[in-house]
Ligand binder design. Structure first.
Ligand code: AMP
Ligand code: ZN
Length: 111
C-alpha cells in the first residue's frame, strides 16, 4: 500500500530497528517506547485493521502471536511478564492503519 508507513518500513523505504523477519511477518522497535521493551509485530500483507482480515486469513494472527512468544523470551520478559495489544480504529487508539500488535514489557504495567 503506497501511502502506508508500515508498508514502507517493511520494504526498507523508511528505516526501522528490525528485531524479526520471515516471509509473512516483520517486527521492529516502537519509535516511542512506552516501556523498556516495546516492539511492534506486523503482517507483511497490508490490512488496515483487524476488521479487514478475512476469516480464512486469520491464521496470520496465530503466527504473529507465535513470533511474540519468541520475542518475549529473546527480550527477557517472558517470565517477568508482558502485555500484547492491538488497537482497532479511532476510538481504539489506532493511529497507523496497518494491523500491528504491541509487545510491551520490562516494567510493572498498570492493571
Ligand atoms: P497505534 O496507536 O496502535 O496505531 O500505534 C502506532 C505505533 O507506531 C505507536 O506506538 C508509534 O510510536 C509507532 N510508530 C510510529 N511511527 C513509527 C516508526 N517510524 N517506527 C517505529 N514505530 C513507529
Ligand atoms: Zn501497510
Amino acid at each position: 500500500m503506497p501511502d502506508c508507513l508500515f508498508c514502507k518500513i517493511i520494504n526498507g523505504e523508511i528505516p526501522s530497528d528490525k528485531v524479526y523477519e520471515d516471509e509473512i511477518i516483520f517486527a521492529f522497535k516502537d519509535i516511542n517506547p512506552k516501556a523498556p521493551v516495546h516492539l511492534l509485530i506486523i503482517p507483511k500483507k497490508h490490512y488496515p485493521t483487524l476488521n479487514d482480515i478475512p476469516d480464512d486469513e486469520m491464521g496470520i494472527i496465530a503466527e504473529i502471536h507465535n513470533v511474540i512468544k519468541k520475542l518475549a523470551h529473546e527480550f527477557g520478559v517472558a517470565e517477568s511478564g508482558y502485555r500484547v495489544l492491538t488497537n482497532v480504529n479511532r476510538e481504539g487508539g489506532q493511529v497507523v492503519f496497518h494491523v500491528h500488535y504491541h509487545l510491551i514489557g520490562g516494567r510493572q504495567l498498570p492493571t
